[in-house]
Design a protein around this ligand. Structure first.
Ligand code: SF4
Ligand code: SF4
Length: 501
C-alpha cells in the first residue's frame, strides 16, 4: 500500500500555445522533469522530480513555463504541519536521518529585522558620502595595547599580522567539493578584485587557485583534508574550524560520489570515499589544546599570518569566545544558527544553536567587560542578507561579516535547497562537468563584485545618515540601534534601547 505517494510539491504549468518544442527545458533539467513525446509532439512533465530551481523558467525562450506551488495539501493543523507529516512518512519509509541543505528555514526570530538604525536630524548633521570621504576599510587581527620602545627610545613595531579589507565583508567557507570549481574561481577572483577574502572551507585549495593566496583564508578542520605546509603558507590567514552554524556539534560529510578527480586530489583522499570529518578535533579537548594548535599553525607559518577560530553560535558562546580570545587566536568567527550548508542533518540544522545577533552582542559585551576585546577581531556570519544587516552587525560589535548564501545567490543560486543531491542546475553545488560549465566564472566574478560594491555604497549611505564616517566609529556603537517588537530580556542581551527611548 502506498502510504507516502505524495502529490508533487510543485506543478509545472506549460502554456502549450507558446511552447515551440525547442526542448531547452529537457536539456537544462538535471532532475529530468521534462521530456519530449515524439509521437504526440508534446512536452511532458514529471513533476515529482521538480525542485523549483527555476532553471527551465529562466531559459525557456518563449516564457511558456511557470512552476507553482501545489495546492494539494495535507489536512494540517498548528501542531502537525504538512512538512512534519511528510517527514514522518519519509522516515517510516527509509529509517534514515533526514538531510537538508542551505540554512534553517523555520520562522524563528530574525533579530536583524527587529533592529532599526539611527539617522542624524538637525544636530550632528549627516555626512554626504558622495562629497565627503567615508572609510569602509577594516583591519582584522589582534591590536597592540601598548607603545613599546627600544633602548634608544625608538618605537618598536609590535603590530601583529592583520587582514586588510576594503569593505567589512568576506566570502564564507565553502569547500571545493561542496561547490564547483567555477564557483570557487568566481569567489577567488572577486575577493582579489574587491580587496577582501574568500575561504577554502575544509576541502583544501585547488592548485589553480594558489595565485589568489593573498586573498584566501585557508581552513583547517577536524578532517584535515588537503592540509599541508604549502597550503598553510599560501593563505593570507588560517581558520581553525571548530564548528559551523548549520550543524553545531557534528562534523562534515561530503558523499563519495562528489569525491572525484581534482576534488579527491585536492582533499588528499581516494576517489569515491566519503569525506567524513569528525565532530571534534581529536587533538582538542580544552582551550589549552586549542592554544597548542593555534601556535603550531603560527609556528609553521613563521608568525606571519593571523589565525582565526571559527565556532558555531551556541548557548555559552560568550564564555567560549572568552577562552578563544586567550588562546592566542587573532580573530574569532561566529556562525549563527541560520547559516547555510551543502548538507546537514535536518534536525541538527533546525534545532541546534542560537541566533547570531544575540551571540554577537553577548560575546562583544563579555570581551569588553573582561578588557580583552582588542585581543581579537570578531567576524560574524549565518544569514547576513544585506548591507543593512552588515551595518547592524558592526554596530552590535562585529569587525566584519561573512556572507555565504548571499554570495551564492549572486552567482545564480535560486535557493531550491537541494545542494545535497549534487545536481545543481546552476552549476554551483555540483561536480558534474556538464553542470559546472553552466556557471561562467567571468560572469560570476563580476556579479559578486557588483554585489559587494553595491553593499559598500549602501554602507556608506547608512553610515553617512548617522553622521559617522568610518567603520571604526560605528563598531560597537549600539546607541545607533533601537529595537522594535522585542522583550526586555532580548533588549538587554542586545544592549540596545527600545525605539522611542
Ligand atoms: S523550453 Fe519552453 S518552449 Fe522550449 S520546450 Fe520547454 S516549455 Fe517549450
Ligand atoms: S546552490 Fe544550486 S542546488 Fe543549492 S540551493 Fe542553490 S540552486 Fe539549489
Amino acid at each position: 500500500m502506498a502510504i507516502n505517494n505524495f502529490y508533487p510539491e510543485f506543478e509545472v504549468v506549460r502554456n502549450d500555445s507558446r511552447c515551440i518544442r525547442c526542448r531547452v527545458c529537457e536539456r537544462q533539467c538535471a532532475n529530468e522533469v521534462h521530456s519530449y513525446d515524439t509521437e504526440g509532439n508534446i512536452m511532458l512533465s514529471d513533476e515529482s522530480k521538480c525542485v523549483d530551481c527555476q532553471r527551465c523558467v529562466s531559459l525557456c525562450p518563449t516564457r511558456a513555463l511557470k512552476i507553482v506551488k501545489s495546492d494539494c495539501v495535507f489536512r494540517e493543523n498548528a501542531n502537525w504541519s504538512e512538512n512534519t507529516i511528510k517527514e514522518i512518512f519519509k522516515q517510516a519509509d527509509s529509517g534514515a536521518v533526514l538531510l537538508s541543505s542551505m540554512g534553517n528555514p523555520n520562522p524563528l526570530p530574525v533579530y536583524w529585522d527587529k533592529i532599526l538604525i539611527n539617522a542624524s536630524q538637525v544636530t550632528n548633521p549627516p555626512i554626504d558620502p558622495l562629497r565627503e570621504p567615508m572609510e569602509t576599510r577594516v583591519y582584522l587581527g589582534k591590536k597592540p595595547t601598548d607603545i613599546e620602545r627600544d633602548e634608544h627610545g625608538n618605537l618598536i613595531d609590535n603590530q601583529m599580522p592583520q587582514l586588510k579589507l576594503s569593505v567589512p565583508v568576506m566570502f564564507s567557507a565553502m569547500s571545493y567539493g561542496s561547490i564547483s570549481y567555477n564557483a570557487h574561481e568566481s569567489l577567488a577572483r572577486a575577493a582579489e578584485k574587491l580587496g577582501i577574502f574568500y575561504n577554502t572551507g575544509e576541502g583544501g585549495l585547488h592548485e589553480d587557485f594558489y595565485k589568489y593566496g593573498a586573498n584566501t583564508i585557508v581552513q583547517v578542520a577536524s578532517g584535515r583534508f588537503g592540509v599541508h605546509k604549502g597550503y598553510l603558507e599560501t593563505g593570507a590567514a588560517i581558520e581553525i574550524k571548530m564548528g559551523q552554524g548549520a550543524k553545531p556539534g557534528i562534523g562534515g560529510h561530503l558523499p563519495g560520489a562528489k569525491i572525484v578527480g581534482d576534488v579527491s586530489r585536492t582533499r588528499m583522499i581516494p576517489e569515491g570515499s566519503d569525506a567524513i570529518s569528525p565532530a571534534p578535533h581529536h587533538d582538542i579537548y580544552s582551550i589549552e589544546d586549542l592554544r597548542q594548535l593555534v601556535y603550531s599553525l603560527k609556528e609553521a607559518t613563521a608568525y606571519k599570518k593571523p589565525v582565526i577560530v571559527k565556532v558555531a553560535a551556541v548557548h555559552n558562546i560568550a564564555a567560549i569566545a572568552s577562552g578563544i580570545a586567550r588562546s592566542g587566536a587573532d580573530i574569532i568567527s561566529i556562525d549563527g544558527f541560520r547559516g547555510g550548508t551543502g548538507a546537514a542533518p535536518t534536525r541538527i540544522r533546525d534545532n541546534v544553536g542560537i541566533p547570531i545577533e544575540l551571540a554577537l552582542a553577548s560575546v562583544d559585551k563579555r570581551l569588553r567587560d573582561e578588557g580583552i576585546r582588542n585581543n581579537v577581531s570578531l567576524v560574524v556570519g549565518g544569514s547576513i542578507r544585506s548591507s543593512a544587516d552588515v551595518v547592524k552587525a558592526i554596530a552590535l560589535g562585529a569587525d566584519a561579516c561573512y556572507i555565504g548564501t548571499a554570495a551564492l545567490l549572486a552567482l545564480g543560486c535560486h535557493l531550491c535547497r537541494t545542494c545535497q543531491t549534487g545536481k545543481c542546475n546552476w552549476g554551483i553545488a555540483t561536480q558534474r562537468t556538464d553542470l559546472v560549465k553552466r556557471l561562467n566564472p567571468d560572469l560570476g566574478y563580476k556579479r559578486l563584485c557588483n554585489l559587494v560594491t553595491a553593499w559598500q555604497h549602501e554602507i556608506k549611505e547608512l553610515m553617512g545618515g548617522m553622521g559617522i564616517n568610518s567603520i571604526e566609529a560605528l563598531r560597537g556603537n549600539r546607541l545607533m540601534l533601537r529595537g522594535v517588537g522585542l522583550n526586555e530580556k532580548e533588549l538587554e542581551i542586545l544592549g540596545i534601547s527600545y525605539a522611542g527611548e
